[in-house]
Design a binder for this molecule. Structure first.
Ligand code: SAH
Length: 342
């Protein structure tokens, strides 16, 4: 029988499970706290009776991930991890070091079903969703390996978080809980390609997380060519949902825009983007595309990037160019898993 992954439980679900074992409620809170103390063994739960520890050992697991490979950048300390799941699948996480602390980029699915033309994560499609515990274990596994606390989380690894809505929101709750990881919602960013109904649902939860939207094109037809999701939810619907999110949460939305040479980086594209975002509470992150084998796309040169940025700024749009990190270990999304052929 497959073992229970304890970090998949919410606090309430854990309580239900512990009570079902004939134990008092307060044990559940003790166990919940231990899980996020980053212990690896049930015997480290020193305030839990031995008999219960034994029972848990038989039925449950604490950790769901094994570090298969680790690459450390010599340029900026960025670390890229290939992690093995209990069922033999692989995922990847990237740790970035900033002046204000460590930030981790986590995966939400094994593969991705969205089919964006420039992205390595979607090659081979989606295998399965990650469970809440498998998402949070990326942070815990890397923190333990690093020996330091991670303060920021970005859901920009492999997968589409809003295509795994329940598990991702359950994950956010355990990350945020003072007895859990205790990381503030404002330190969490969720990036989506634009699954419109889920953006409304997320807005109604009134979380204080940052929503990042992968826009990459302001022209509807051009966006459909590189992002199939746009055929289902077009730019107009997407922008309406973004407006709703900003209004409900009071949070500024981040738009990600990859600069693909000769495709998304022309002057007309910049003007169109500026017009689309005019008057909106937002920030634009410009990302020169990472060349992924087989896509035929290459990044804009630095002059093109500068010009695009200047055009946006001249129109009063807040925008910056994302600093490339870990370039010597190809730390960008999906590249590791893809290169392994899994
Ligand atoms: N599915 C989510 C989150 C994962 S991708 C989303 O689409 O937002 C995280 C970001 O990296 C997205 O903005 C995605 O479009 C971008 N991305 C994907 N492939 C890229 C590439 N080859 N170069 C640069 N950015 C890329």
């Amino acid at each position: 029988m497959e073992k229970i992954k304890l970090k998949d439980f919410s606090k309430q679900e854990l309580e239900k499970y512990i009570v079902s074992l004939g134990e008092p409620k307060f044990r559940a809170k003790q166990i919940y706290k231990w899980l996020y103390e980053k212990i690896s063994d049930f015997d480290q739960m020193t305030n839990i009776p031995k008999a219960l520890r034994g029972r848990l050992k038989e039925e449950c697991v604490i950790n769901t991930l094994i570090i298969e490979k680790r690459f450390v950048s010599r340029l900026d300390g960025t670390r890229r991890y290939l992690l093995k799941l209990g069922d033999g699948n692989y995922i990847e996480s990237v740790l970035m070091k900033y002046i204000h602390g460590y930030s981790i980029c986590v995966s939400s699915q094994v593969g991705c079903a969205m089919g964006c033309k420039f992205c390595a994560s979607t090659i081979g499609g989606k295998r399965r969703d990650l469970t809440p515990g498998e998402i949070i274990d990326q942070i815990i596994t890397v923190e333990r390996d690093l020996g330091e606390r991670i303060s920021n989380i970005v859901m920009m690894g492999v997968g589409e978080p809003l295509d795994n809505f329940e598990n991702v929101t359950a994950f956010i709750k355990n990350v945020n809980d003072p007895d859990g990881m205790n990381i503030g919602q404002r330190h969490i960013t969720l990036s989506t390609c634009g699954i419109v109904p889920r953006i409304y649902e997320l807005a109604d939860m009134r979380l204080q997380i940052t929503l990042a939207v992968s826009l990459h094109e302001a022209d509807n037809e051009a966006r459909s060519r590189i992002m199939p999701i746009n055929r289902k939810y077009n730019i107009k619907e997407l922008m309406k949902a973004c407006g709703y999110y900003a209004k409900k949460t009071g949070r500024r939305i981040t738009f990600e825009y990859t600069l693909i040479k000769g495709v998304t980086d022309g002057p007309a594209a910049a003007e169109k983007l500026a017009a689309l975002l005019r008057g909106m509470l937002c920030h634009v992150n410009l990302i020169p595309v990472n060349a992924v084998e087989g896509t035929g796309f290459s990044p804009s040169d630095s002059g093109g990037v500068e010009e695009f940025l200047n055009r946006l700024n001249a129109r009063g749009i807040s925008a910056t160019v994302r600093r490339e990190m870990g370039s010597d270990i190809s730390a960008a999304c999906g590249q590791l898993r893809a290169s392994r052929g899994t």
